[in-house]
Design a binder for this molecule. Sequence first.
Ligand SMILES: [Zn+2]
Length: 436
Amino acid sequence: MRTYLRHWACCLTLLGMILYLGSCRPTVTTVAPKEKESAGYQGQGKSPIVPTIDRPVQRQWKGVWAFNDSTTYFSNDFEGARLNGVAQNGPDAFTIWITAENTPINVSPWYAFKVWSSEPREITVQLIYQDSRSRYYPKISTDGVHFRALDSARFTPINPGEGEFGIKAAPEMARIRIPVMATPTLISAQELYTSSVVKTWIDSLVEKPFATTYPIGSSKEKRPMHLLEINENKDAKKAVMVIARQHPPEVTGFLAMKSFMETLCGNTEQAEAFRKEHVVFAVPLMNPDGVDNGHWRHNMGGIDLNRDWQNFNQPETRSVRDFLVKKDSTYDFVFGVDFHSTWDDIYYPLDTVVTGDKGKIVFDWIGGITKRLPQKRTNISASDQISPTMVSRTYFYVNHGMPAIVFELGDNTPRDFLKQKGQVAAEELMRLLMEE
Ligand SMILES: [Zn+2]
């Protein structure tokens, strides 16, 4: 008779907790001048210093939701899934709850689920988020590999937001119409790049004779922390450090990093010359547990990894710290970049007030990218805070002397542009480093 659900009650145990608007780096001190009317995304304000010792994480119940009077089924039983509860409201109408791994947490409500039905039909699904709003526009896939944005005629925002950027600009909830059939249709916040998909990509690059991969540690749940090393000339002593995906939903940052790395590995004259003098170390997936568990932000220690670069309480950040400490005696680190995603494309460098001439290359690099790929506006938000190090960029600079940046791509930046931007960013970096 009734709709029955399994275990959706557990998902609502985290109510009443406070959210905070964390950002990918701690402080904003200067903002590039912009036109008055639409100033663009200005970056988030100063983030609080937070402890990074373990906090409990609510594990997601995994399985299939079935209903007595329906032939439609929902599942979260796959890597990267997030679906915390389903209710049936009518013959072909359902409500879905999306909750966070723990709170307080940044408002990045990741979701991913599969749905199918023994007979082809159209269903309506209402997406409801724990203390959050509908930030991510739904993507749809029937093979788990190729994703596209859901047709806008199938998307109804409920209680639309206000303004241009930030969580307040997002609708409170969303109602979507999905065609379902006997084979599963996947709905997700962004394209799915789980740890196994990322590893397949790393392995494809490792086919090149100058690329290798090896683990530099393990995550909390013992997933390997894969490092990708681009090393064509064993005598090269200059090194670039690249990391991505400290924050699981930040797929657009990952996509730009992917293109960036592929360009550095390319067979252009520029890339070949660059590799004669430079080695590149990359950790393309900093938070494999968070990604595979469909987290909004944190690792399995319940912590925002990009707050742990001072105290190193988490195994993921420790593995990169130990790796850098080991390599520091052999290499001169000349550039560091940490890829993220937020409301719009934005650069978070360290202010040259702090870095002096050494940090100028970061601004030259931003200028080079901007010149070749003009966007409506170039959002730059520099920080002059270097203590505590707390975030990767600051740690890279303070402890290893490398000019470094948090490179943020917009959640909705067109995917072909992301690819182009990753490529241009790599080309401009190679050009500047070869000029030095
Ligand atoms: Zn981030």
